[in-house]
Design a protein around this ligand. Structure first.
Ligand SMILES: Nc1ncnc2c1ncn2[C@@H]1O[C@H](COP(=O)(O)OP(=O)(O)O)[C@@H](O)[C@H]1O
Ligand SMILES: [Mg+2]
Length: 478
């Protein structure tokens, strides 16, 4: 029979590395697979597939982005770079987005690429700018339902920060009721007031007046009233130890202690703002970075739910990018992942290795959903850069039958394999060389102007904030 070249190639192989040990041959030690035939022609450009000399664009459609984007890879392999490539296109397209960056470098890289005509959309949040702190108050809700949701989320955030053994059931109960009490005051309150609420009886009495909800009222009138002086004595150092650090740290106090957030998240999402959270762990401290990021994600999640009330066609697409996302999400991320599609919130998340997301235990309240299952079960598009041996085994299952664990271990830097959501269906896995964002230069002058404009618009004078918060804390007391 006469065979075609394809057929011949599959019958006849040059001996591979297993049999040919000749040292001078430079073997390709990972597989390259072609792009699927139905690759979309529209959407944002992620990179190229080069197979047998043919170069093809890899694009991700807007609809499919609502099924989220997940990227994993060892440090320095190109994760933040692919996020940057995507973000720049969103900026050009006039879309609304939020970037949570634990290093600060991604945001520095993005700023020079914001089109000048979008200057008014930029909110650059930089906690270390202590002269003009921007408020970020976790304890905000419009309706009682929202306030209950906030109190619950706030508690989950504390569990995430201090873990369940430290933040036990009794403290959770105090904390949740404390949050609801503070939010009952029409003047508002912040988590920095929690310590005082449980240590200063006069302050507690003052706040008690505003409570209308019977359950919270009963907490004070029965549970707290019965709590002996000794138990209170035990609680004070506990609360101080946990929350005291946010109160004594001027930077944090002046951000999370402001009664009103500097911007409204519903407005950010609906009016397509560019929210850049510079949460550099090195500059602001790890626990502070986590807390601020967790608050932002909570707020975006709540604003997302609030959009339920408006028509589908009126919900602006919003893109949330979280680098090292395992630090900034609680179990409630599952509902964003599974339902965000209808609320037009696209999640784009990156991290380094699987233990970061599978070591979370069974989740709160024995729901049994860990972060990893929530992500793997819901994410439409997955990109995998070079990973370690352990993760390769796991990721090879996702990229089967095309790639093996060896392919994922040996893949070159700045190259990846991926599974693309195409018209809501996951594609066959294939190879990709992501766009390199470091070939063009941005507008550094504009970057500086965006920062200045944003701090004037959303930051408040430090002295003013100091005074307001210290008054609420009863500065002379505690
Ligand atoms: N496609 C690329 N081509 C060449 N160099 C790149 C490419 N992508 C990233 N780099 C370089 O590698 C560094 C690390 O990339 P980065 O995306 O920050 O890695 P990660 O987020 O996975 O740790 C970047 O600072 C940049 O200098
Ligand atoms: Mg990175």
């Amino acid at each position: 029979m006469i065979l075609s070249s394809e057929e011949l190639a599959s019958m006849f192989h040059l001996p591979n590395i297993r049999f040919n040990k000749y040292p001078r041959i430079s073997w390709q030690n990972f597989k390259i697979a072609p792009a699927p035939p139905n690759i979309p022609k529209e959407g944002i450009l992620l990179g190229h597939n080069i197979y047998r000399g043919e170069k093809e664009e890899i694009r991700l459609k807007r609809e499919d982005r609502m099924r989220h984007f997940y990227v994993i890879g060892q440090t320095g392999t190109g994760k933040s770079s692919i996020l940057q490539v995507m973000i720049r296109q969103d900026l050009e397209n006039g879309d609304g987005l939020c970037v949570i960056d634990p290093h600060g470098s991604l945001i520095e890289d993005i700023l020079p690429f914001i089109p000048r005509h979008r200057a008014d959309d930029v909110i650059y949040f930089n906690p270390s700018d202590m002269e003009r702190p921007m408020g970020l108050n976790l304890l905000e809700g419009d309706t009682w339902e929202e306030k209950e949701l906030v109190a619950m989320d706030a508690m989950n955030i504390m569990i995430k920060l201090f873990n369940e053994e430290v933040f036990g059931p009794r403290i959770q109960d105090y904390f949740r009721n404390g949050c609801l009490t503070l939010m009952s005051d029409p003047a508002g309150g912040a988590i920095t007031d929690i310590v005082r609420l449980f240590t200063d009886d006069d302050f507690a009495k003052l706040k008690r007046q505003h409570i209308t909800n019977p359950v919270v009222a009963s907490f004070w009138d029965h549970q707290m009233a019965k709590t002996g002086a000794r138990e209170k004595q035990e609680m004070i150092p506990y609360f101080s130890a946990k929350f005291g650090q946010f109160v004594t740290n001027t930077m944090m106090r002046n951000i999370i202690g402001q009664a009103k957030s500097a911007f409204n998240f519903y407005d950010v999402m609906q009016n397509k703002k560019i929210l850049l959270m510079n949460l550099s762990k090195g500059t602001v401290g790890e626990i502070n970075s986590k807390l601020l990021g967790l608050i932002i994600v909570q707020k975006i999640q709540m604003a997302t739910l609030r959009r339920e009330k408006i028509k589908k066609s009126e919900r602006s697409d919003f893109f949330l990018y979280i680098d090292e996302f395992q630090n900034y999400v609680t179990d409630s991320i599952e509902s964003i992942l599974s339902e965000a599609r209808k609320y037009r919130l696209s999640l784009n998340i990156a991290h380094q290795y699987l233990a970061q997301i599978s070591d979370q235990g069974g989740g709160k309240g024995g729901k049994g959903v860990d972060l990893k299952s929530a992500v793997f079960g819901n994410v439409g598009t997955m990109m995998c850069f070079k990973v370690g041996a352990q993760d390769a085994e796991e990721m090879a299952k996702e990229m089967a039958p095309v790639f093996s664990d060896q392919d994922l271990i040996n893949i070159d830097k700045f190259k990846a394999v991926m599974k693309l959501s195409i018209d809501t269906q996951p594609s066959r896995p294939f190879s990709i060389i992501p766009v390199n964002p470091y070939t063009v230069e941005g507008d550094m002058e504009a970057a500086e102007a965006f920062k200045q404009l944003s701090r004037l618009k959303y930051g408040r004078d430090r002295e003013f904030v100091d005074r307001e918060i210290l008054r609420r804390l009863g500065a002379s007391g505690t």
